[in-house]
Write a protein that binds this ligand. Structure first.
Ligand code: C2E
Ligand code: MG
Ligand code: MG
Ligand code: MG
Length: 316
């Protein structure tokens, strides 16, 4: 049942992409894969006013990523939510695996990427007054990055690069400001393809992050084989930094040592580090002492809808 709902919701959202070529073939195959007629299966879920369906049951939320010493926003991570007609907000933890299994992640992933790139362009064009002119002059890369999660299926998607090129062009998004997040497990599962795809992404100037770093069963030797920019310390490590970890006698606690090792490894490889899931000021302080330069977590902000995220950006 959830799968049928997901199929419809994604079909609606993917159609709003208005892609031609390969993408519309995918959309078409989604439609033909549907056993019943679209209307029949979606009608029971809708309020019975008219036959007018709002196809977009997804919304992309944005969680700020901040510099640790200043808490200044340096980017956002796009995190999708499904507004189910009867079940309410369904978390990505629940439906991304289903979308992966069914292949629906391909059109959904394209839709999310397009939303995120569009939003980034809007922010960069409309709110450039919130950044100091200096910031822009100092580096070739305009401030504010947009991080988007890539799924396993997308990495092996045959037209991933064309799709990304098309989205970047259509949304007028600077590739240097896009950061794609991929987990170690995805890389390990598709090693050969990942090497090629990630190289191609870097050739376009797109930045790459390893998400949930430290949780995959992987050898570290892959790190230097991939053109990565950033390691994201998994939130499970940050969560284990509990207040008792902080008294000076326990400064050498295992939890601290693990994070210290990740930060040192990253810096030795010339990578940035983002700590995920920072919820307390003690955690922030400790991570800062450990030289972790960026953070993300409820302490700074939960994922926000586009309006709230815009407000957050203007206030930061
Ligand atoms: P992730 O990419 O590691 O994203 C971070 C998750 O941690 C998000 O959960 C975020 O809301 C949550 N989080 C952030 N700060 C805190 C904190 O301080 N405390 C706690 N407890 N949690 C925090 P979310 O949005 O539910 O997403 C879960 C996972 O689903 C993501 O993990 C990612 O793997 C996947 N996902 C989400 N959106 C997308 C998407 O657009 N595409 C793909 N392929 N996967 C997505
Ligand atoms: Mg992520
Ligand atoms: Mg993560
Ligand atoms: Mg994750």
């Amino acid at each position: 049942r959830l799968e049928t709902d997901l199929r419809h919701a994604i079909l609606g959202s993917a159609k709003s992409l208005n892609f031609n070529g390969l993408e519309s073939q995918e959309i078409l195959s989604l439609e033909t894969a549907q056993p019943q007629s679209l209307n029949q299966s979606i009608l029971p879920l809708l309020p019975s006013q008219n036959n007018c369906i709002d196809p977009t049951e997804f919304v992309v939320y944005y969680q700020p990523i901040v510099k640790l010493p200043t808490a200044k926003v340096v980017g956002f991570e796009a995190l999708v939510r499904w507004i189910h007609p009867t079940r309410g907000l369904v978390s990505p933890g629940e439906f991304i695996p289903l979308a992966e299994e069914t292949g629906l992640i391909i059109p959904l992933g394209s839709w999310i990427l397009k939303q995120a790139c569009q939003q980034l362009t809007i922010w960069q064009q409309s709110y450039d007054q919130v950044w100091e002119k200096q910031d822009i002059q100092n580096g070739a890369v305009p401030p504010l990055t947009m991080s988007v999660n890539l799924s396993s299926q997308q990495v092996v998607q045959s037209n991933l690069l064309e799709t990304i090129d098309q989205i970047l062009a259509e949304t007028n998004c600077n590739p240097h400001c896009l950061k794609l997040e991929i987990t170690e497990s995805i890389i390990m599962k598709n090693f050969q393809t990942s090497v090629v795809v990630l190289d191609e992404l870097r050739n376009r100037g797109i930045q790459l992050s390893i998400d949930d770093f430290g949780t995959g069963y992987s050898s570290l030797s892959y790190l230097h084989q991939f053109p990565i920019n950033t390691l994201k310390v998994d939130q499970s490590f940050v969560r284990r930094l509990q207040p008792k970890t902080f008294n000076s006698l326990e400064k050498s606690s295992q939890q601290i040592q693990i994070i210290r090792a990740i930060v040192t490894l990253a810096h030795n490889l010339d990578l940035d580090v983002i700590a995920e899931g920072i919820e307390t000021d003690e955690q922030r302080q400790l991570l800062q002492e450990l030289d972790c330069e960026m953070g993300q977590g409820y302490l700074f902000s939960k994922p926000l809808n586009p309006e709230q995220a815009t407000q957050f950006l203007l206030n930061s």
